[in-house]
Write a protein that binds this ligand. Structure first.
Ligand code: HEM
Length: 366
């Protein structure tokens, strides 16, 4: 199913979704920044961008009003619950005590998300009968259900839809926010990225996804951002299926194994000058094995990695092409990490932004 959903052919069919949503973000930012620098709160705008893109790819639509808040509540509660440490997971005899009412919260969350997703599937099933054209991830899973109904039950479709919405929205948006923060603190990198965009795309049109192979430096900026601030710093918990040895430690079958990607990405034994932001290091790198492990590895590694690369590089290149960016004051943008599974910034990013004069003819057309 992963191959079916994330193949490059299928991802290509959503190019216009990504392009339209990035253009819509540019339009929002233009509203106040055409004449002069204006202060913009970036976090919510970037969250809106990735939320809308993933929603359209998975469910083919944007939610409005109470649907949005219902779904956002479900996602927020799920992230909170996933990030809660449960003593019973580590000390077996404590398993029967429901610390922090975690089990109760999970049961409530399950019935809320189940109701929401079942309605969504129902809606798609009736629409599919009308149009018959598979388009979204949910459509694709319903097609698989027709050929293998015993495996692709509604429960499997709901679980996969939920995993996609949960895994796809916050991870991409925190990465764009960290990247913009790093660029504001490293003007030389920002200038170099802009020179790359100007050289390969120019000012007569907006960046498009087909341009991305010509923007290797911006791809390096995204990699360097994900090295320092991986959106899944502890990957996701794994369980050993048999007794094994990892790094000299004996690990018994059934043990929960957490991989600290954040620490590996900052290990001075593995990386030169690991705490500095140097996108150039990725220009020289080839296949680095396990030192850059942000998407996990093996059979369960993140299937969304190529979607992330398209989305984050396109968004970043477009923001760099269309706007001048400044910090709101003399101080550097704070890079403290906040709490949460996806390691968001502690302080939401606020920046000064002004439309680039040289891009005016294209921007006026928007
Ligand atoms: C910066 C962005 C992202 C990062 C850093 C990231 C990272 C990860 C990691 C570390 C895992 C677990 C791998 C393991 O088990 O070792 C994972 C799983 C997963 N990711 Fe991502 N991810 C990102 C974006 C996305 C997006 C955009 C989607 C799809 C819309 C997605 C879909 C999934 C799914 C479905 C899984 C579960 C795969 C499985 O269990 O077989 N991810 N991701």
């Amino acid at each position: 199913m992963t191959l079916e959903l994330f193949s490059s052919t299928r991802l290509k069919t959503y190019t216009s979704v990504r392009q339209d949503e990035v253009t819509s973000l540019i339009k929002q930012l233009l509203q106040d920044s055409f004449q002069d620098f204006t202060r913009v709160e970036m976090k919510s705008r970037i969250q809106g961008l990735s939320f809308n893109i993933i929603m359209k790819i998975v469910a083919g639509k944007l939610f409005f009003g109470s649907e949005v808040s219902e779904f956002k509540d479900v996602v927020r509660d799920a992230f909170e619950a996933c990030g809660t440490s449960n003593p019973g997971d580590f000390i077996q005899f404590l398993g029967w005590i429901d610390f922090q009412s975690l089990k109760k919260r999970l049961m409530e969350l399950h019935s809320k998300s189940d109701r929401f997703l079942q309605n969504l599937i129902q809606e798609f099933r009736s629409k599919r009968l009308e149009t018959g054209k598979p388009k979204t991830f949910i459509d694709a899973m319903l097609s698989l259900q027709e050929s293998e109904p015993e495996y692709y039950t509604d429960d499997v479709i709901k679980a996969n839809t939920f995993a996609l919405l949960l895994a796809g929205t916050d991870t991409s948006s925190v990465t764009i926010e960290w990247a913009m923060s790093l660029l504001l603190n490293h003007r030389n990198v920002l200038e170099k990225a802009r020179a790359e965009v100007d050289e390969h795309i120019g000012q007569a049109r907006l960046v498009q996804e087909t341009d991305l192979p010509n923007l290797p430096y911006i791809q390096c900026i995204v990699n360097e951002t994900l090295r320092l601030f991986p959106a899944a710093p502890l990957l996701v918990p794994h369980e050993s299926s048999e007794d094994c040895t990892i790094g000299g430690f004996d690990v018994a079958c059934g043990t929960m194994v957490l991989v600290n990607a954040w620490a590996i990405h900052r290990d001075p034994m593995v990386w030169e000058d690991p705490l500095s932001f140097k996108p150039e290091r990725f220009m020289r790198m080839g296949n680095e094995g396990y030192q850059f492990i942000l998407f996990g590895t093996g059979r369960r590694q993140c299937p969304g990695s190529s979607l992330v690369n398209r989305l984050v590089v396109l968004a970043l290149a477009s923001l760099i092409q269309c706007f001048e960016w400044e910090r709101i004051g003399e101080d550097l943008v704070g890079l403290e990490e906040g709490e949460g599974l996806t390691m968001p910034k502690d302080e939401p990013l606020v920046a000064m932004c002004k439309a680039r004069e040289i891009m005016s003819p294209v921007l006026m057309d928007l």
